[in-house]
Design a protein around this ligand. Structure first.
Ligand SMILES: *Cc1c(COP(=O)(O)O)cnc(C)c1O
Length: 458
């Protein structure tokens, strides 16, 4: 009964397979044929219609090979309502940043060369001036991410010494950035002061010793302590650090370059403000509110940045040319704050007014209903987006979207099954489950067609 199975060579010689060999290479096609023929053999043994399976072999191989060729992170539609979603790669780059990155990928660039003199230049030079101009810092450097920035500063000033931190600021950021562990990794002894909810100036003063290497203030970016609380204002902390002759590091986490209240968001401390309040160094991320590629900035006083740059670890944490190019192009956009929300996808998404999103939901409702059929009811709904990545944790942004309610939910798991179904599309559509329905928050949907095409793949 296996006699209808063609040989591997005969399949390789089929006209329909020639194109696959061209696209995927003979070796991959041969392996795919072997696997598929093995599966057909088993199916025939189990009583399946071998004739039909063999007839569909070429199509099946094309699908197998296309699936195997999908490597690396694939595009998805982020309708979760979380704008800066760490698991989805955080900020989307502005077009000038994409173009700059593409150029740096494809062509030699004067990364560490001064084109004027032909002599050696510094890779930091491409970003230093922009950061200083936009933040008022005397000097700045950039490393792989903000975790690396904090690690490098701690290691520079606190190795085999002590760093004093309030117990209210011993944060864990998702993805295992835990301050006590970063400290241990940097060779810094953690000196905790105060309590979870209240820390006073005298707590810091009492903890000062000849062993103190630095004072650390950490922006509690992903939670908020409310109620009976006290913390020491950055300005006062800077005074205590100065008296002790050690630097104050203010880790802002997301750190914004401008006042976001103009976009209707709550004020996050800006980098310029943190520096003006006397922090010797400020650290912040490139791919959170700033809206660029993954990176960690260290900005502040000249002699402190110089000490950071002398640390041999700096070399291990440095940025590549692609991200330097993308970051410079992103920062360049900040020189014109008025048009920033148009050009920077992160700020554009954060600033989208609810009514506009609700209008989009109204436009899409019937078409989405038609694509999902009558087992799901599609309605427009109000919802609340989040900034994400630990920025502005408690605040939500009034938003709108589509509520997808499975009509037959006897087992009570229908929303989860619907979510899984949408996740398995060629371009996965990601929403979130709330009150027995799957919510698609449309805040980050730039084009209506993206959703409709994703739901009805060709
Ligand atoms: C996000 C965050 C970090 C880590 O930044 P990455 O760029 O993700 O490495 C560190 N500190 C704070 C306060 C943060 O919010």
């Amino acid at each position: 009964m296996f006699s209808i199975l063609p040989s591997v060579d005969r399949v390789l010689a089929m006209p329909a397979v020639a194109g696959l060999i061209r696209d995927h290479g003979r070796r991959a096609v041969t392996a795919a044929i072997r696997t598929r023929l093995g599966a057909i053999r088993q199916a025939i043994a189990g009583g399946a219609d071998g004739q039909r399976l063999v007839a569909g072999l070429a199509d099946q191989l094309a699908a197998d090979l296309a699936r195997a060729a999908q490597v690396g992170p694939q595009p998805v539609l982020n309708l979760t309502g979380v704008v800066l979603h760490t698991n989805l790669g955080r900020a989307l780059l502005a077009e000038p940043a994409q173009a700059a990155a593409a150029t740096a990928m494809a062509r030699p660039v004067a990364l560490e060369m001064d084109p004027d003199s032909g002599g050696r230049g510094e890779r930091d030079e491409h970003l230093r001036q922009l950061v200083c101009e936009l933040t008022g810092a005397e000097d700045a450097t950039v490393v792989n991410n903000n975790a690396a920035a904090v690690l490098l500063v701690l290691n520079t000033f606190g190795r085999d010494r002590e760093a004093i931190v309030s117990r209210g600021e011993l944060i864990e950021i998702g993805g295992a950035f835990r301050l006590p562990e970063i400290m241990a990794g940097a060779g810094t002894r953690l000196v905790e002061v105060g309590t979870t909810n209240r820390t006073h100036a005298h707590d810091y003063r009492q903890a000062l010793s000849p062993q103190t290497g630095l004072l650390l203030k950490v922006h509690t970016s992903n939670y908020r302590v409310e109620g009976f609380t006290a913390s020491v204002p950055a300005r006062e902390l800077a005074g205590i650090a100065a008296e002790a002759g050690v630097p104050l590091l203010n880790d802002l986490g997301s750190g914004s370059l401008l006042d976001l209240s103009a976009l209707g968001l709550r004020r996050e401390p800006t980098v310029a403000q943190a520096l003006a309040e006397g922090a010797g160094l400020v650290t912040f991320s490139g791919d959170k509110l700033l809206g660029g590629p993954q990176a960690g900035f260290i900005a502040g006083r000249r002699e402190l940045v110089a000490a950071v740059n002398r640390n041999p670890l700096k070399r291990a944490l440095r940025l590549d040319k692609i991200r330097i190019a993308a970051l410079a192009a992103t920062l360049q956009l900040y020189r014109d704050p008025d048009s920033l929300a148009t050009h920077l996808p992160t700020l554009r998404h954060l600033a989208r007014p609810r009514q506009e999103i609700a209008g989009q939901a109204g436009r899409l409702q019937a078409a989405v209903q038609a694509r999902l059929g009558d087992r799901v009811r599609v309605e427009t709904c109000e919802c609340a987006s989040q900034v994400g990545s630990g920025a502005l944790p408690v605040d939500t942004l009034a938003s709108a979207g589509l509520r997808l309610r499975p009509l037959d939910d006897r087992r009570g798991s229908a929303p989860e099954r619907l979510a899984a179904q949408l996740r398995s599309l060629p371009v996965p559509v990601l929403g979130r489950i709330r009150d027995g329905a799957l919510i698609l928050d449309l805040r980050c949907l730039d084009r209506d067609a993206d959703l409709l095409e994703a739901l009805a793949p060709p």
